[in-house]
Every structure is written in structure tokens, then in C-alpha cells.
Design a protein around this ligand. Structure first.
Ligand SMILES: Nc1ncnc2c1ncn2[C@@H]1O[C@H](COP(=O)(O)OP(=O)(O)OP(=O)(O)O)[C@@H](O)[C@H]1O
Ligand SMILES: [Mg+2]
Length: 358
């Protein structure tokens, strides 16, 4: 028979979709009662205008009604008091009721390369897709402010991020990856962003601190090519668990890769491994593997960085086609499964401490 403890446990499973955290853990549930088959409780919201209130109520109601002996559910909704908001969100220096106070990002990984066009954004998108397929809560931050390409790969149509009292809400892809990119904020996605370094850095910091990511198992950060202001900002202002380097066989210019890696080393961020993209082509008829850019040099590059090879990705026109149409989530990515497996096995639990920007 259902008791009050079961009811508490059931309510604990209801998530605030905005924050990805249990409504009980967020201190939103009060005065829980169970009398004559009727469960009643108060749901305290950060704002009564919360667009997700109905969703949380419906979820709670459905779960409670499924319990043995529960015939009705009464939910009283009210706004949190200032003290309640302070108690939940106002930890330490974080401003009460701000995105930074509610965000809880367990791991953050940046995808980097020495040179452009090697497939960083594709790799970043596929990493996010594969982690999501494994059931993790995943965010994808497009730190390429002047050449953003993440929305085009993951969204079939332009979506606008909504504002909330806590900050900017990321948009969600079909499979539930939370995405933030400058392209989502532009009136016209084809508009060029012609900004100098400090503005770019400011935007990246806002994407991290002012976006309501909520609770994430993994935040994947797509970096622009090279070692400019943007990668520097990411490495200096976000706690990162590590960096994934993307190379191609023809970018044998090991020097370029080493520049990227020496930047990471300088900032004390571990290189988790190397992914060689466009490594080979597989003949669709006979299955033969053709290394059109010459033999792989992934092992050599990785050894020079004392990092493992996480995997090699073939050139596959399907990737380009799906990526061009916001449908990269449909790519089966079988060859990427072992890459994610290896990445997870080398991921440190603790993140680097960001150093103060100079
Ligand atoms: N393995 C692959 N097979 C086929 N096409 C690919 C593959 N990887 C990437 N591409 C295509 O190559 C192009 C460049 O890829 P992508 O945008 O991911 O590179 P990038 O390194 O992020 O570029 P930039 O330096 O401009 O940010 C895209 O059109 C993408 O669809
Ligand atoms: Mg890119």
C-alpha cells in the first residue's frame, strides 16, 4: 500500500525540465499530504509565469495516480518567496536566481583543432549525439562565434532561444540535446558576425554563465579553428575536463596540432585524445578501405602528444548530407561508438580550474 514516503520518492522523480533536476531537490515541493486516497501538495515555482509549470504538474499527477490507492491529486501552485529562492539558488558568490546558480555541469569537453575545416563541428555534434543516445543529459555550446555551424547540423528549422527569469534558455534538438549558438540569436542566420576579440570572448562567457543549462552530464564545446581568442577564452574561463583534438591525415603538419596542444598544456588542460577525421573511404560495394589522403598518421600525432587515438572516422557523404540539413542526429555513427567508449574511459572526473583571464 502506498505511504507518504513512497509519495515523496515518486515526486522526487519529477524533473524541472528547465533545470533537469528533481522538483523535490530544488525545494519546490511543500506540504505533502495523503488522506483518503487523495494526494495534495504545494508546488512552489520560481515564477508563476513558468511556461513549464503545466508539464511538471501533469508529470507529477500521472506518476502519483499510477500508485496503488491514489485516486486523486490536488496541486496548489504558488510563487517561491525571496528567501526560498535565496536558499536554493543563492549559494556562495552566485547571484540568487541566476543561471550560474542553478547550472550543474558534471563534465565539459572542448573539441579543438589546429586548422580549419577538419570536421571539429561534425565531431562535436556527433559526440553530443552519441552521449545523448547513451541517455546522458547533454549540452552543446557553439563557441565559434564568427563561423557558427552547430545549429545547421542539428536543427531542421531555425529555433529561437527563450528568455527565462534565470537567463537564456538553450534550444533543444529532437533527441533533447541543449544547444546554444550565436546563430540562434541572430535575426538572419546568414548575417555575418564581425566582432573583435573582446566581444567574442564576452559572448562565449555568456554562453557558459548566462545560459540555463541546468544539470548536464556532459557539455561539449565546439571551438573555432586555431589558437585565437575564442579557444583561449574557453580554456581560461570554463572548467574543462579535457580537450579532444581533431586531425585529418593530410594535416600531417604536426606542428599545427602541437600548437593547439601546447596551448592546452600551457593552461593545464589535459588532451584526452586524438580523433582522425576523413581518415579513409570505404567502398560501398566491396568494403575495401582506401586511404585517399595517404596512410593514417593519427598514432604518430597522438604519441607526440602523449595522448591516445580515440578513433578514426571515414569520409562518408552521408555525414555531409545530414549535417547540411540539420539531421546529423539521424546518422547511425556505428564507427563512433568506440570513440565515445574510449573518451569516457579516459575522462577525468575533475575539471581544470579556470585561470583568471589576462
Ligand atoms: N567524415 C566526414 N565525411 C564527410 N564529410 C565530412 C566529414 N567530416 C566533416 N565533413 C564535412 O566537411 C565540412 C567541414 O566540416 P566541419 O564544419 O565539421 O569542420 P570544422 O573543422 O568545424 O570547420 P571550421 O574550422 O570551419 O569550424 C562539412 O561540410 C562537413 O559536413
Ligand atoms: Mg566548425
Amino acid at each position: 500500500m502506498t505511504d507518504i514516503q513512497t509519495i515523496h520518492e515518486t515526486l522526487k522523480q519529477v524533473m524541472d525540465p528547465e533545470l533537469n533536476r528533481s522538483i523535490v531537490d530544488l525545494g519546490m515541493v511543500h506540504d505533502v499530504r495523503f488522506e483518503n486516497g487523495v494526494v495534495s501538495f504545494t508546488l512552489a515555482l520560481t515564477t508563476l509565469a513558468c511556461p513549464l509549470s503545466q508539464r511538471m504538474q501533469d508529470d507529477a499527477r500521472a506518476r502519483l495516480l499510477a500508485l496503488d490507492g491514489v485516486r486523486d491529486v490536488v496541486i496548489n501552485v504558488r510563487e517561491m518567496t525571496a528567501e526560498e529562492k535565496e536558499k536554493i539558488f543563492g549559494k556562495g558568490k552566485k547571484e540568487a536566481g541566476s543561471a550560474a546558480a542553478v547550472n550543474h555541469i558534471h563534465h565539459a569537453v572542448a573539441v579543438m583543432s589546429g586548422k580549419g575545416g577538419v570536421g571539429k563541428s561534425t565531431v562535436a555534434a556527433l559526440l553530443a549525439v552519441m552521449l545523448r543516445r547513451r541517455g546522458f543529459r547533454v549540452g552543446l555550446l557553439d563557441a565559434d562565434i564568427t563561423g557558427p555551424s552547430i545549429p545547421k547540423m542539428l536543427l531542421k528549422e531555425q529555433k529561437r532561444p527563450l528568455g527565462s527569469p534565470l537567463g537564456i534558455m538553450p534550444v533543444e534538438t529532437e533527441s533533447g540535446i541543449k544547444v546554444m549558438s550565436i546563430n540562434l540569436l541572430l535575426e538572419d542566420p546568414n548575417q555575418a558576425v564581425i566582432w573583435r576579440g573582446p566581444l567574442i570572448s564576452g559572448a562565449i562567457k555568456q554562453f557558459y554563465g548566462d545560459v540555463v543549462w541546468g544539470e548536464l552530464d556532459y557539455l561539449v564545446v565546439d571551438l573555432p579553428p586555431g589558437t585565437s581568442d575564442a579557444p583561449l577564452t574557453v580554456m581560461q574561463s570554463m572548467p574543462l575536463n579535457g580537450i579532444v583534438l581533431v586531425t585529418t591525415p593530410q594535416s600531417l603538419a604536426g606542428m599545427i596540432v602541437r600548437k593547439a596542444s601546447s596551448m592546452a598544456e600551457h593552461l593545464n588542460i589535459p588532451i584526452l585524445g586524438v580523433i582522425e577525421n576523413m581518415s579513409y573511404v570505404q567502398c560501398p560495394k566491396c568494403g575495401e578501405i582506401i586511404e585517399i589522403f595517404g596512410p593514417s598518421n593519427a598514432a604518430e600525432v597522438a604519441a607526440s602528444l602523449a595522448a591516445p587515438v580515440l578513433g578514426r572516422m571515414p569520409i562518408n557523404p552521408e555525414i555531409a548530407k545530414l549535417g547540411d540539413n540539420g539531421r546529423i542526429e539521424e546518422y547511425p555513427a556505428k564507427e563512433f561508438e568506440s570513440v565515445v567508449e574510449r573518451l569516457l574511459s579516459v575522462m577525468p572526473e575533475t575539471a581544470s580550474s579556470p585561470v583568471a583571464p589576462s
